[in-house]
Every structure is written in C-alpha cells, then in structure tokens.
Design a protein around this ligand. Sequence first.
Ligand SMILES: *Cc1c(COP(=O)(O)O)cnc(C)c1O
Length: 464
Amino acid sequence: MKYISTRGQAPELSFEDTMLTGLARDGGLYVPAEIPTLSHDDIAALAGLPYEEIAFRVMRPFVGDSFSDDEFAEIIAKAYAGFGHDARAPLKQLNEGHFLLELFHGPTLAFKDFAMQLIGQLFQVALKRRGERVTIVGATSGDTGSAAIEAFRGLDAVDVFILYPHGRVSEVQRRQMTTPQEPNVHALAMDGDFDACQARLKDMFNDFAFRDDVRLAGVNSINWARVLAQVVYYFSAATSLGAPHREVSFTVPTGNFGDIFAGYIAKRMGLPIDRLVVATNQNDILHRCLSGQGYRKGDTIPSISPSMDIQVSSNFERALFDAYGRDGGAVAQLMDELKTQGGFDVSQGAMQALRETYASGRVSEDETRAAIAHWAKASGELLCPHSAIGVDVGEAMRGSAAGPMITLATAHPAKFPAAVQDASGIHPPLPPRMADLYERPERVTRIANDLATLEDHIRKNIRT
Ligand SMILES: *Cc1c(COP(=O)(O)O)cnc(C)c1O
C-alpha cells in the first residue's frame, strides 16, 4: 500500500512512513494511492463482531507490510483497552430513524481518543523497531491536544508539545493537557486563535532544517493514521443498523474535516452510505462552500463548541483532491490562492462531485443551546454543544437522506460543563475515573505567536 500527496510533488511513502511524517514535504496531505474495497459479504460479516475485530478487518488493507497481523492486532487491543465502555462506540436511539453514535468513552472523553490511542501504540512499536525517537508537535482547538498528551505520556521515544489558543479552550480541556506530569509532555498556551496555532505548526513543518533537526512528527488530524482509525466506527455503526443490506446516512459535527472524511473513505471502501452531512457552528466556511459560495476564510468567532471554531479545514484538501480527479497541480494552485487571496472558487465539476457525497447545515449559538435543552427533555440525552449541532442538523436532514440517520456524538457533555448547564439547567458530572481533575496541579508555558520563539523552546526542552 503506497501513499501519495494531494499536491503531487512529494515522494510516495509506505503506511509507516506516512504516519511518522504527517504533512508531506510539498505541503500536501498523504492519501492512499488506491482505496481498498471490502465486498458485500466482507461487510455483512462485520455485524456483531467486537469493535477490535472490526477495526482489524477494516484497517488491515491500508497498513500493508508496515506491521504484521499479530503486531497490528496487539496494537489495536492496547489502544482501546482503556475505554470506559465495552462496545467502545455504542449506538443509542434518539428518535425514530435517528441514532447517536457515542464516541466519548475514551480517556479524554472525545472521539479523538479513537485515533490518538491507536497512533500512540503504532508510534511506539514502529520507533522501537527502528531504534529512533521523534518530537511530536500538535496544534489543538482543545480535544486533539488532550488526546495526544494522554496517548503519548511516558513513552520514552517521543517528546510531545501541544500548542493551544490561550484562553480559548474549556477548563476541562485545558486541565487534561496541563495536569499530566510526565516530563515528555508539554502544554504550550499560545497567543492567538486555533488557526494561528495551526499556521505556526505548518511553518515548523515547512522549516526543513528544524524539522530534520528535532525529527518532527505530526499527529494532527492531517495524519493519515488518524483518519484511518476513524473509518472503523462508520462500519461498526452502519453494520449494526443493517448495512450492507440497507443504506445509512451520517451527520458529523465538523471542524477540520477529519472525522467526516473518514466517513467518505468508508463509503469508498464499499459501505452503503447515502449522505454524509457536515454540521458546522457559526464558523461555517464548509457550509458556505458546500452551498456554492466558494471557499473563503472569515474571522474565527469563538463559540460554545470550541473544537469546531475553525475557518480553514485542513482535511478538506483531501476531499478537493478527489473532487478534482486527483489532480495534485490543481489542488496546489487552490491552496496557493487560499494563502495569497484568502479563498478560492470550486470548479463546477468539483462542486458536483462534492455534492454527490456531502450535504451540510449550520447551527447558530442560540440554536445550539435550544437543541441541548430540547434533547435533554425529549429523550433524557445530555448532549455536548458539538454533538448538539450534529443532532440538530441530523434531525433536519433525516427525511431527505436514505436509511437511518446516525449522528456522531463527538464529546462527553462533562467536557463542556458550563455551556451544557447554561443551556439545560443540568450539571453534567465527570465520570468517576476523572473526578479529581480539578484538584490536580497544572503545568503550562504561555508562549508568543512567533515561529522562532516556538522553535527555540522546543529545541531546549527535547530530551536527547
Ligand atoms: C475535533 C472535534 C470536532 C471536529 O472534528 P474534525 O475531525 O476536526 O472535523 C468536533 N467535535 C469535537 C468534540 C471535537 O473534539
């Protein structure tokens, strides 16, 4: 299995090298050269299997020779052992024809644990075999960072630095990043918003001298291994509701387009998905783009769903690559326009390709609060603000999409207690295993939005 860049100018890599590299050297994102498919019978056989077994069968074709069957099965087993629910990704019925896929039973209470816990184990096995070490730098709007720190804490071949926008993450998110005391994990509170953090991260990857010096590796949602890990629960959810014998649709609270792109991969692998619905908050660049208004950056407006406060969705580049017939030159040109002119128009052909798969909806702050209150009353389900946005859009769309609608619940309500309590009057308690989070001491460095300062700090703090 080979991986190619969405901008067509970087070398082809194996799964392992793709995972360890993150961003391609031409600035693009790695995608599989060909997408493997599962037959109707292969998919039917997944129904009712344990999550780990589904994970093995769905991901195995993408991994190639990088890991043996036994190694890969053990990696998967370790990755999901720490989850607080035996089903890993349980499904709950919300309403007639509308289901909630609970992705918040991992160690940091958000869906990012599915990918990050797997990546932690994959990195450990690969680096140990190579006798190498890496420096992981990530940018987060909240949930990626805590998931990464949780996945890598204490691993001796890896140092981790997480940039988050100072003052723009929830207290639970911040504490999940700042309370681990292992010396190999570092939380950096950067001045600026998430897009600024993401821009500095890209700058570091494009500074090849720095990148090679510290052996920089990325685990942001651009990392292919993360997308791959997220493909699994589309299969587990769909097959438990009757796929491949009937179609299903999904609604996904979307920011960086990683989670929903995993759904697209599942569809390309043969899972009968009718609609993939992008649900956005007021930071709605994706909804505007899918509504035919071009892809144009606005200012990021802080919301009660901070993990979706994103104006440039990195993984959308992967969707564009396929929509433009895998023309890396065309994608490189669009990304150049985005950088120099703040946006671009999507060609008619590419819009048509996108609309064959994706639909979209946008939810305002007031509507988000109303949805949290409504579902607490209507079904006793306390939704986090991100999940509430998904459910609101999913409910509106389920009539026009084929099969049951499955909305992804991306975080536990206790991760955003203030917003949930404000909207519903109900305080969502943390699960017992995390009850002492507010008492643990914090460790964090406040840092300027400046490339040289960041690089200097990282060089001084990596272990050799
Ligand atoms: C990261 C995140 C999202 C957005 O996911 P993307 O893959 O970036 O689209 C939505 N909800 C929560 C709770 C998240 O942590």
